[in-house]
Design a protein around this ligand. Structure first.
Ligand code: URA
Length: 218
């Protein structure tokens, strides 16, 4: 069991008590598909933070258990909260188009969010909520072992790679952390709202695909 790093004052949104170390519980022995399914069951009943009280349902993430690309957004929106699936609203439709453009099927990748529950009114997740959700991300990364992780937008970049990095500076660039390769991308919702980002995001997605091909991973 991992101990919580702080109290409610330091990490607003976090519940008191230990956060389960999900990766240890799922273990390495199960086939990846089964391990992910088991993890998803645990995420659906997670009460690590107060978002459990306001969510309709948790959104564990979905996709290929052996995905070479893992895409990680911020948190579920209204549609995701209703359906229990990630990126199924307008930004999800746009993400599907972008994937199509680089010749990648949605079911070839794994799609998740830094936060598995919708913050009320789509507000930014609190630091404590991100911390509380961390064990799920670590466990999924350990099971899937993607070649490339793409944080989508500022929030995922800060949570997964470095809180001091700016998405406007590092988008499309391969970054290494903890033995993992990250290529941050603009969030599809940002590109939906800002036309000028659409081409940048599309070009960065092509760069992800090209890097995978160049390294013989695709
Ligand atoms: N935005 C996100 O960051 N994640 C989703 O699942 C949907 C919209």
């Amino acid at each position: 069991m991992a101990q919580r790093a702080g109290d409610d004052e330091l990490y607003p949104g976090m519940r008191k008590g230990p956060i389960p170390d999900a990766s240890a519980e799922v273990g390495e022995a199960l086939p990846a598909e089964q391990a992910l399914a088991l993890l998803a069951e645990q995420i659906r009943v997670c009460r690590n933070c107060a978002l459990a009280d306001s969510r309709a349902q948790a959104v564990p993430g979905e996709g290929n258990a052996h995905a070479r690309i893992m895409l990680v957004g911020e948190a579920p929106g209204a549609m995701e909260d209703r359906t229990g699936r990630p990126f199924v609203g307008p930004s999800g439709k746009f993400l599907d188009l972008l994937l199509q453009e680089i010749g990648v099927q949605r079911d070839a990748v794994f799609i998740a969010n830094v936060n598995r529950c919708r913050p009320p009114g789509n507000r930014d997740p609190l630091r404590g909520e991100v911390e509380a959700c961390n064990p799920w991300m670590r466990a999924q990364l350990q099971i899937i072992k993607p070649r490339v992780v793409c944080p989508l937008g500022r929030f995922a970049l800060e949570a997964l790679v470095d809180p001091h990095l700016k998405i406007s500076r590092v988008h499309g660039q391969p970054l290494e952390k903890g033995g993992m390769l990250f290529i941050p991308l603009y969030h599809p919702a940002a590109a939906l709202h800002r036309r000028d980002l659409r081409e940048t995001l599309a070009a960065d997605m092509h760069a992800v695909r090209a890097l995978l091909a160049a390294r013989g991973w695709w």
